[in-house]
Design a protein around this ligand. Structure first.
Ligand code: MN
Length: 205
């Protein structure tokens, strides 16, 4: 069975004005969908046809990798924000690690923002956990994703211009400030505790 756009846990108008309906129409409905459609087409004659999305990302290269990784990154991204973000905060476990690694949640957000601002060109900025449990912020370019390096993503922000150009034009900082106010700390905390890569396949079949 081919991959589909993920079931995201909110209405497409629910993130407005942080992310407008128009941006959802394009970013989710066109950009994300195109990566999935391209991937499905490439899988038709591939030995990876029955693999999970996570396996495809880890085993493919070239065009298949680009489309599979972008399909994965975007699905993960939609779970990192929530219209109910004001109700969520980092779990005690995650909060302790944020303090240890960055000096607390607010200091983390400053460093996350600076890293996302400095991520040149198209890419993603991530909060990840390594196999020893240590947190760090990493930037990736284009379709690259930290799951191929054995890292567990807790949060991401898409800094491709298509993520913010409709709502914020060239003001990446305005997008980041608004995005960080809508972070889904419940999701990030679950990722921290689960200690395994999020199963995007499960919400895309
Ligand atoms: Mn995008």
């Amino acid at each position: 069975m081919s991959f589909q756009l993920p079931k995201i846990p909110y209405e497409q108008t629910a993130l407005s004005p942080t992310i407008s309906k128009e941006t959802m129409d394009f970013h989710f409905g066109k950009h994300h969908k195109a990566y999935i459609d391209n991937l499905n087409k490439l899988l038709e004659d591939s030995p990876l046809k029955s693999a999970t999305l996570e396996e495809i990302v880890n085993k493919s290269s070239g065009g298949m990798f680009n489309n599979a990784a972008q399909a994965w990154n975007h699905t993960f991204y939609w779970y990192c924000i929530s219209p109910n973000s004001q109700d969520y905060k980092p779990s005690d476990n995650l909060d302790k690690e944020l303090t240890k690694s960055f000096g607390g949640k607010d200091k983390f957000l400053e460093q996350f923002s600076a890293s996302a601002m400095g991520n040149f060109g198209s890419g993603w900025t991530w909060l990840v956990k390594d196999s020893s449990g240590k947190l760090s912020i990493v930037n990736t370019s284009n379709a690259d994703t930290p799951i191929t390096k054995g890292l567990i993503p807790l949060l991401t922000v898409d800094v491709w211009e298509h993520a913010y150009y409709i709502d914020y034009r060239n003001a990446r900082k305005g997008y980041l400030d608004a995005f960080f106010k809508s972070l889904n700390w419940k999701f990030a905390s679950e990722r921290f505790d689960a200690n395994e890569v999020f199963n995007c396949t499960a919400v895309m079949k």
